[in-house]
Design a protein around this ligand. Sequence first.
Ligand SMILES: [Zn+2]
Length: 375
Amino acid sequence: MSNTLAVLPLLVSPSRVIRGENALRESADSLSSLGKRPLVVGGDRSIEVIRPHLASIAKKHKLAPDYRTYSPDCSENSLSQLRESVKNHSADFIIGVGGGKALDTAKLLARQCGLSIATVPTSGATCAAWTALSNIYSDAGAFLYDVGLSRCPDLLILDYGLIRTAPTRTLVAGIGDALAKWYEASVSSGHSTATLTIAAVQQARVLRDLLFQKSAGAIENIGGEDWREVVDATVLLAGVIGGLGGANCRTVAAHAIHNGLTHIPASHHALHGEKVAYGILVQLRLEEIVQGNQLAASARQQLIQFYDSIALPKTLEDLGLKEVSLAELRQAAEITCGPDSDIHRLPFAVSPEQVIAAMVSTTVSVALSPKVKAE
Ligand SMILES: [Zn+2]
């Protein structure tokens, strides 16, 4: 492959990761080593959560933080307003606080302004606090494109106390997003002979098994041991896999389905990981419909049971799209099958009609031959 001759930087992990019950409070020295005038970028809820913690750090270390939301979305317009805020505040580093979109905005802002960045996730919903990647959306929340960054964040602060305050639904969504690592990486890179890609795919399998074992217990006892392990899995291990796998271990149909769905306004109530979780079922269904793949059918039945146990969405109805029109579905399917879409990493060609057929039949039962067992 031409890859062997190219220079490919390894962007495996943040320079420093500080985690613990009061990790933010304990991170004062690390934060103040990045600068003195942070611009804090987040959503309204996250900014209110973090403000008192940062105020006491700021007092002690003579920091002068300013706070901005990324409203209306992680979009080009928000980024251009935030670049103005960086200038007006003479900010010398960025703190991103919140969920995936807030962190994606903050990371890209830091790169555009040539500043250091600390990320503080306030939920277990994604691995965005870890990765060197930002997704860009329209002001209305439709996915547009992703941007590879030149490095992972300079500092990641994983404060379990902060994350415990997030709605349980965000962790469930994070479980859905993290599960996709296996179902997508095994398709895009399962036959790779490259050392780090093999390692990433195997870690994705470990991640999936860990989530199968511990998710129900994590949700039953928020703050308990299983919960902490699952948060580490969705925020950190999912990030490690993205870092190790890099461009060779990209997303496939599950995220392509998510990207298509974001163009249906009614889907905006569903979280990223919820749409991705549903997208995994669509991807497996496509493997069944187009390839007659019995293993995919069996994997889908296994996932449906797991989804039931933790309330991940299995159907368009579960995503709040009961009233979706055929025209909207068609538009989402066409975007899913667009020329640059990762759906084309599937080992077979897919048409929008097949995507629609898969989208409306994610829970259909099929008779499995007795020999087929879940992989
Ligand atoms: Zn994702």
